[in-house]
Design a protein around this ligand. Structure first.
Ligand SMILES: C[S@@+](CC[C@H](N)C(=O)[O-])C[C@H]1O[C@@H](n2cnc3c(N)ncnc32)[C@H](O)[C@@H]1O
Length: 258
């Protein structure tokens, strides 16, 4: 079993999913404008607590009761909303939606809070595979769909997924954190589950880009090293996009002839 950083993802989830926010953070997260938030606090409509340094702390449950749940409450939106951040919107429209078809079976590795899962749902079945139960639980609180099948894996495997079952495999925000030997293991295991004509989309770290270099949690992969791993695992590269994203690249591939 490849060694996986067991802390990073659960810690990041817990940091985001606090049960209360300071007023400024609640405004940043999109619950309400500053004016509306202040009005609701001053009128007593929004329960709150004044804590150290006079800061106002508000429970998420109360924010949702008064203002509803903003899109940015989805865990992962802190890294950008694919509906509004231009490079992510481009990725969604160019590389995701064309592969999402009602007759297809999809699989997402590392769904997090469902930032991308929401666009993959219109397939007849969508597997979501994660290494952490906490993250699968967070996704379930966000998305409850009859065609969604959650799988807890051991790090790089696909338990319960049939041979040659997958038309479209997708992963964003995951391989950027996986060490090359874990990536190699994943690539090897994908072969079994991909249909011969199935397509895989992976976003990975590009350490030649400054925004990947200054992020310690991004692994040391590049276009060349990823290309080599994908080809060595026997796949045929359909497309490489090394320009759209600021800290990472996209590679799209399918099974070749081994
Ligand atoms: C940074 S989050 C990204 C979530 C989501 N894809 C997004 O873009 O918002 C990384 C996700 O990958 C999961 N993950 C980390 N290592 C994994 C592994 N070896 N196999 C499957 N999922 C993994 C984490 O639990 C988490 O759900």
């Amino acid at each position: 079993m490849p060694d996986i950083d067991t802390d990073l993802h659960v810690k990041m989830l817990k940091a985001y999913m606090r049960d209360a926010l300071f007023m400024n953070d609640a405004i940043k997260r999109g619950y309400a404008t500053r004016d509306d938030m202040i009005k609701a606090v001053r009128s007593g409509k929004l329960p709150h607590q004044v804590v150290e340094n006079g800061r106002t702390l508000i429970k998420i449950a109360d924010l949702e009761q008064v203002f509803g749940k903003p899109r940015s409450a989805i865990y992962g939106m802190q890294w950008g909303d694919p509906d509004t951040v231009p490079p992510l919107l481009y990725v969604k429209q160019t590389y995701v939606l064309p592969y999402v078809k009602p007759e297809h079976v999809g699989l997402e590795i590392g769904p997090g809070g469902g930032r991308w899962t929401q666009y993959l749902l219109p397939m007849k079945k969508l597997y979501v595979v994660d290494h952490y139960q906490e993250l699968l639980d967070a996704l379930q609180r966000q998305i409850n769909a009859p065609n969604l099948v959650s799988i807890l894996n051991s790090g790089t495997d696909f338990p319960g997924v049939g041979d040659e079952e997958i038309d479209f495999l997708f992963s964003f925000g995951v391989f950027v954190h996986l060490d090359p030997h874990v990536i190699e293991s994943y690539l090897k295991n994908m072969w079994r589950i991909l249909k011969p004509e199935g397509v895989a989309f992976i976003q990975y770290s590009d350490k030649t880009k400054i925004m990947a270099r200054i992020n310690n949690s991004f692994v040391d992969t590049t276009t060349e090293s990823m290309r080599e791993m994908v080809r060595d695992a026997g796949y045929e590269i359909i497309l490489e996009d090394n320009t759209t994203l600021w800290h990472s690249n996209v590679v799209i591939f399918r099974r070749g002839s081994r």
